[in-house]
Structure formats: structure tokens, C-alpha cells
Design a protein around this ligand. Structure first.
Ligand code: FE2
Ligand code: FE2
Ligand code: FE2
Ligand code: FE2
Length: 286
């Protein structure tokens, strides 16, 4: 396998990890039993780490990171809990199969070490899902989170959920690809905070029995100036949601997130002005 093929494989792995993360996250919303939920969330976090490691490796090899989602492998299954866990076992099997084939074909030693580590993680995940399956067979049955957003209020919340999903992908994209930017770790901070926001909104909706729209949002590259404008757009969406949403718990959540969005806008404006200074400095030096 040459370098180009290795990069292509790593990008494929990112798409696989992405679909697993969403699958496990959605399952954590659908199976609202605390122990199972926290197991699913923990495994999803490990898949995020895998995604991150694969992405860094793509950069090290000189490639550009794109975060696609493998729609073919994304299987929500259900509504029986048993079927959902089965689909997670299949996802782990698929990952083990793909990564093992790559391990044999790849020449780069550091990629081999990474694959070896991830295969071990996936094997452990598979075992954990096997145990959860036994438990689920004994105790649980069917998810009660079954409907799409219906009221205006639920549509607004689902829209904010999508907004956060888009932000996660866009900030991760910026973080992985602009590593030379001295502020790129800030993009990771915002991406992680957006994950928290998306998770909280998803949990709120699932408590109402609603599953938000989980399709992958369109992602666009944007320079820091555009990022400021887009972040202000997010803030505006939370402001107008506060004007329309009446549910007390939802309002509390929206208000809490809105404060973070305001903070993000300030953070990005700081980056914008310091990047102006950098450019001006560079021009002066010449
Ligand atoms: Fe993984
Ligand atoms: Fe896994
Ligand atoms: Fe957010
Ligand atoms: Fe934000």
C-alpha cells in the first residue's frame, strides 16, 4: 500500500468511526436505561478518539482530513433494544475486519501501531456489546422514543441539534487541517463544547419521546472571518428560540447554551483580530 492508498484507507476509517459514533449516540438516546446509556456514551467517546487519531495520521502523511459518514454502515435498527445492540456488534465486527485487512497491507510502521491498538479497542467493544446484549435479552424490550419532531417547539429544538452537529464537523475540520494556526486548539474546544450541546438537546428531545433529525448536515470550509459570522448566526438561532419556546426545561437548556455561544463569538473575534495582527506583522517584516 503506498502513501496515497494509506491516506485513502485512513479517511475511510474516519467515515466508519463517524457512523459508529452517531449510531451509538442515537442508541444512547433510544435506550434510556442509565447503565446502558453510559456504556454507549463511553464507547462512543473511544470511537471519537479513534477518529481523532486517524485524522492526525492523515495530516502527518500530508493528506487533507475530510469527515465523511459511512451511511451504508450506519444502522440504527430497533425499535427492539436487542436489535440495536446486535447492530452495534456488527459495526464492531466490520471495523475489526476492515482494520485487520489494512494492518496486513499497510507499510508505515506508525500506522500499523495505530491500527493494532484500535483493533484491540474494537475487540473489547465487541465483548462489551456482547455482555449488554445478554442483559438486554433478560430485561428490556422496545424503545419508547419513536417519533419525529411534530410541534413547532420540537422542530426548533431539532434544528438546534442539527446546528450543533454542523458546528462539530466544521470546527473539527478546521482543527485537523489548520494545525499551523496557533489557535487551532480553540477550534477543538468549540467542537467539544458543541458535542455537549448536541448531546443535551438530544437527551431533552428523547425525554419527550422524540428523535431529532440525525442526517449529516452540509459542511462548508470557512475562514476565520466567516466563522465569526456563522457563530453569530448560531447565537441568533438560540436568541430566537428563546422567544418562541415555552417549555421550562427547554428554555433553561437553550439559555445555558446561548451563553456558551456568546462566549464562542468572543473567542472567534479574538482569533480574528490576532490573525489580522499576524498578517500585518508579516507584511511589515517584508
Ligand atoms: Fe473505533
Ligand atoms: Fe468500537
Ligand atoms: Fe453550541
Ligand atoms: Fe458555538
Amino acid at each position: 500500500m503506498n502513501k496515497r492508498e494509506t491516506i485513502r484507507s485512513l479517511l475511510y476509517n474516519i467515515s466508519l468511526e463517524h457512523s459508529a459514533i452517531i449510531q451509538y449516540f442515537v442508541h444512547s438516546l433510544l435506550m434510556d436505561e442509565p447503565e446502558i446509556r453510559s456504556e454507549l456514551e463511553e464507547i462512543a467517546r473511544e470511537e471519537m478518539r479513534h477518529l481523532k487519531y486517524f485524522a492526525h495520521k492523515v495530516r502527518e502523511l500530508g493528506g487533507t482530513v475530510t469527515i465523511e459518514r459511512n451511511e451504508e454502515e450506519l444502522k440504527i435498527a430497533g425499535p427492539e433494544w436487542e436489535k440495536m445492540i446486535q447492530s452495534n456488534i456488527s459495526a464492531e465486527d466490520k471495523a475489526i475486519e476492515v482494520y485487520s485487512a489494512q494492518l496486513d497491507a499497510v507499510k508505515d510502521d506508525s500506522v500499523k501501531r495505530l491500527l493494532d491498538r484500535v483493533i484491540k479497542d474494537e475487540t473489547a467493544h465487541r465483548e462489551r456489546f456482547g455482555n449488554i446484549l445478554e442483559e438486554v435479552k433478560r430485561k428490556y424490550s422496545v424503545s419508547r422514543v419513536a417519533r419525529s419532531p411534530a410541534s413547532d417547539e420540537e422542530e426548533i429544538l431539532s434544528g438546534l441539534f442539527t446546528e450543533e452537529y454542523r458546528n462539530i464537523l466544521e470546527y473539527l475540520h478546521a482543527y485537523f487541517n489548520d494545525r499551523s494556526c496557533p489557535h487551532s486548539h480553540r477550534y477543538l474546544d468549540i467542537a467539544i463544547e458543541s458535542m455537549v450541546h448536541m448531546g443535551k438537546i438530544g437527551e431533552h428531545l428523547s425525554e419527550r419521546g422524540v428523535l431529532p433529525d440525525i442526517s449529516k448536515p452540509e459542511v462548508e470550509e470557512a475562514d476565520i472571518g466567516i466563522k465569526v459570522i456563522k457563530e453569530e448566526g448560531s447565537l441568533n438561532k438560540y436568541d430566537s428560540a428563546l422567544e418562541k419556546v415555552e417549555d421550562k426545561e427547554a428554555r433553561k437548556l437553550i439559555g445555558w447554551i446561548r451563553n456558551h455561544e456568546r462566549f464562542h463569538v468572543g473567542l472567534l473575534k479574538d482569533i480574528l483580530s490576532s490573525s489580522h495582527r499576524l498578517t500585518v506583522g508579516k507584511i511589515r517584516k517584508r
